[in-house]
Ligand binder design. Structure first.
Ligand SMILES: NC(=O)c1ccc[n+]([C@@H]2O[C@H](COP(=O)([O-])OP(=O)(O)OC[C@H]3O[C@@H](n4cnc5c(N)ncnc54)[C@H](O)[C@@H]3O)[C@@H](O)[C@H]2O)c1
Ligand SMILES: [Zn+2]
Ligand SMILES: [Zn+2]
Length: 350
């Protein structure tokens, strides 16, 4: 740990109010057995970070004051805890933020992303809006050689998109993406990269993102001025799409997925719904024999393997989704820009 300093300044949630982040001094964390110390290269801004910035009810209950947040990140391994043989000093890695116990029934069956004893890096404990952080070595995933660290840092949302898509057919399939936030935009691009036959991208009124979706390969883009269900039926010979993915968090969009997915088709829902309990047309789900699935996180590690392949082959147009890049010093500005919606993904470089 020769070149690693003893202390660092990190963006820390210190005040019980909207915003409420200050640059604070912290000791550089020490990796315990099984952990690695990472020097941060890039950290991207996630919707979860915006909830914390807004300091809503969920954040107040889940994020202790004093936490360094930030969980979508990439960096360089600079120290190894006892027993770590999977990594070497200098390895470039990206982080899976779901910290699992690896010994509960969910972990045993291959569903570590819903570990019964799990927690989230950068939410429940210190994260990566900081120059250094520690994680279990298993959560530090080697990145494709030569990949830009900024591109490596967005694998959390790209992985969300791919995990959602893989809840249904993709290759040769018709796919509808509802909600064109950063995750929906990655889903449009990944669906095309994974061989979807026809991709329909739907937002409400965010023209900026609807234009991005066109550039990312969407075959049809719809918004609030369209009859979304009818337009999807018209584009699919009246059947509906094979695979509908919901990334908007809007109850209207959720109902639209049910009405515009083909008989026996797949509805995959990553969204988290805010205040209102969405009404789901259950009889349609039943009579149309739909497979409705909730999606959480990324499969550990098949989603990561898929991303590794796609990113190595240059099949994801990360640059088009990554609309803004700025130094970590501009953290407050990045949060306000992300809240405005006039952006795709924002990456902060260290
Ligand atoms: N389950 C998980 O593991 C997980 C992880 C990350 C994010 N999420 C959730 O995934 C969702 C997507 O995240 P994000 O950061 O990309 O979202 P975002 O909030 O940035 O984007 C949502 C988009 O949906 C659009 N929209 C609003 N109403 C719509 C409607 N009726 N039809 C179509 N589009 C509509 C908005 O204009 C916006 O562009 C969020 O709900 C988020 O909370 C879940
Ligand atoms: Zn995230
Ligand atoms: Zn577990």
């Amino acid at each position: 740990m020769n070149q690693v300093p003893l202390t660092m300044k990190a963006w820390t949630k210190t005040l019980d109010e909207r915003g409420g982040f200050t640059l604070e001094d912290h000791p550089i964390p020490k990796p315990v057995a099984g952990e690695v110390l990472i020097q941060t290269l890039s950290t991207s801004v996630c919707g979860t970070d915006l909830h914390i910035w807004k300091w809503d009810d969920w954040s107040r209950e889940n994020v202790p004051l004093g936490t360094i947040t930030g969980h979508e990140t990439s960096g360089k391994v600079v120290a190894l805890g006892d027993g770590v043989t999977s990594h070497s000093i200098g390895d470039l890695v990206a982080i899976e933020c779901h910290l699992a116990c690896w010994s509960c029934p969910r972990c045993d069956e291959g569903n570590a992303h819903i570990c019964e004893n799990g927690s989230i890096f950068g939410v429940h404990g210190n994260g990566a809006f900081a120059p250094f952080f520690v994680v279990p070595a298993v959560n530090a995933r080697q990145i494709p050689e030569g990949l830009d660290p900024g591109h490596a840092s967005i694998q959390d949302p790209l992985g969300n998109a791919i995990h959602t898509l893989t809840g249904g057919p993709i290759e040769g399939a018709t796919v509808a993406i509802h909600g064109l936030g950063p995750i929906g935009l990655f889903a449009v691009n990944a669906a095309k990269a994974m061989g979807a036959k026809y991709v329909i991208a739907i937002d409400w009124d965010n023209q900026y993102r609807m234009n991005l979706a066109k550039g990312l390969g969407a075959d049809l883009v719809l918004g609030k001025d369209d009859d979304v269900v009818q337009a999807i039926l018209d584009a699919t010979e009246g059947r509906g799409v094979d695979n509908s993915c919901e990334f908007s968090g809007s109850p209207t969009a959720l109902a639209n997925t049910v009405h515009s997915t083909r008989m026996g088709g797949y509805v995959n829902v990553l969204s988290v719904y805010g205040d209102s309990m969405p009404a789901v047309p259950m009889n349609e789900v039943v009579f149309r024999y739909l497979h409705v699935k909730g999606i959480n996180g990324r499969k550990m590690w098949s989603t990561w393997d898929t991303m590794h392949e796609l990113l190595s082959a240059g099949k994801i147009d990360v640059d088009r989704v990554l609309t803004h890049r700025m130094p970590i010093e501009n953290f407050p500005e990045a949060m306000e820009l992300a809240l405005s919606g006039e952006c795709g993904k924002i990456v902060l470089d260290h």
